[in-house]
Design a protein around this ligand. Structure first.
Ligand code: NAD
Ligand code: TYD
Length: 351
């Protein structure tokens, strides 16, 4: 069956990998990438597939309900994969309302547009909402987040994502809109915007700048290679049970300080620097307010029900990621010029 799949946020980090996966794997689908091109959106991420006959880009803001409805009426998507969001916790602390607008209001606009064009004929239709493990709040030293863990968000970012998840489920319960949700752990990989820990440290190691570690560095995150996330989205979009959520992760926890030391070790080798040279750049800085201690995903459900297994170990994924950044210094230079400099100064000025 010929399908039109509308992907929101497709010019961003994860979205661009999802768009590429779908454009290349499903030539019979029409893939529409809807993105507002905020500071985080970059069409350079999709240069290799931009001329594919089954790919269309539309610049649009999901907070603009009228424009979104017009686009849905024109393209009549059978499937929606919704990634567009404000995604950085530190920015949410400085500007929470922007996160409410895009992550909550924007999501409800998309749900309304899908509900209106699909009316009650939901055959072959699907709304896949992409969310995060951060909605579950924080873990102590032990335990894992399962799909049944209660929501307990702490940052304005995670509160806005939790709210959007609730709306998505409410549209299933109230209108039977055919939804699926995925809650994924921290991603890393090519095209990652250098405001997040791993690409920021890669950029700073290249330029021999301090590597800012919040607090004592014992905070723990669970990392998944971005292409493995894109493959999980493909699987759940096509085979997930309507109304269900799936946690996505690779059982791969790292304390921030250990992760940055591993990064320094690999980069010293690749850059031909002395062993231990980059680790000297590690600098402990003021902690993030409301900093969640530990995230860790129990990915048993997606593994048992859909056979999902990540393709790379963390060490392999990190090595591929560093290689990509070293081979794409122009990309890194382009995104770190202009506005990035003022963001960086403001965020790290007391460090
Ligand atoms: P990103 O910040 O790299 O990209 C977000 C994209 O959304 C950008 O292309 C941006 O232009 C677009 N966008 C922002 N506001 C918009 C608006 N109002 N209208 C239309 N487009 C808009 O984010 P990412 O890291 O790729 O995350 C994508 C999704 O995955 C988000 O929903 C995020 O919550 C979720 N997620 C991210 C991670 C992670 O580690 N990065 C982990 C789990 C879940
Ligand atoms: P980040 O990449 O911002 O992802 P998230 O907050 O969504 O988990 O941060 C990952 C971890 O790294 C988190 O514990 C905060 C920490 N961190 C630093 O220690 N220094 C930094 O400069 C940044 C950006 C993050």
């Amino acid at each position: 069956m010929l399908k039109t799949v509308l992907i929101t946020g497709g010019a961003g980090f994860i979205g661009s990998h999802v768009v590429r996966e779908f454009v290349l794997k499903y030539p019979q689908y029409q893939i529409i990438n809807l993105d507002a091109l905020t500071y985080a959106g970059n069409l350079e991420n999709l240069k290799d597939i931009q001329d594919s006959p089954n790919y269309t880009f539309i610049k649009a803001d999901i907070t603009d309900a009228v424009h979104i409805r017009t686009i849905f009426e024109q393209y009549k998507p059978d499937g929606v994969i919704h990634l567009a969001a404000e995604s950085h916790v530190d920015r949410s602390i400085s500007n929470p309302l922007e996160f409410v607008m895009t992550n909550v209001i924007g999501t409800v606009n998309l749900l309304n547009a899908a509900k209106e064009i699909w009316e009650t004929n939901y055959e072959g239709k699907r709304f896949h909402h992409i969310s995060t493990d951060e909605v579950y709040g924080t873990l102590g030293e032990s335990g894992l987040f399962t799909e049944d863990t209660s929501y307990d968000p702490h940052s304005p970012y995670s509160a806005s994502k939790a709210s959007s998840d609730h709306f998505v489920r409410a549209y299933y319960d109230t209108y039977e809109l055919p939804i699926v949700l995925t809650n994924c752990s921290n991603n890393y990989g090519p095209n990652h915007f250098p405001e997040k820990l791993i690409p920021l440290c890669i950029h700073n190691i290249i330029h021999k700048k301090p590597l800012p570690i919040y607090g004592d560095g014992k905070y723990t995150r669970d990392w998944l290679y971005v292409i493995d996330h894109a493959k999980a989205i493909d699987l759940v979009f096509h085979k997930g049970k309507v109304g269900d959520s799936y946690n996505v992760g690779g059982f791969n926890e790292w304390k921030n300080i250990d992760l940055v030391k591993e990064l320094c070790k690999q980069m010293d080798e690749k850059l031909g620097r002395q062993s231990g040279e980059s680790a000297q750049l590690i600098t402990f800085v003021k902690d993030r307010p409301g900093h969640d201690l530990r995230y860790a995903i129990d990915a048993t459900k997606i593994n048992k029900e859909l056979g999902y297994v990540p393709s790379v170990t963390f060490e392999e994924g990190l090595s591929k990621t560093i290689d990509w950044f070293l081979e794409n210094e122009d990309w890194l230079n382009n995104v770190t010029s202009g506005d990035y400099q003022s963001y960086y100064k403001k965020q790290y000025r007391d460090s």
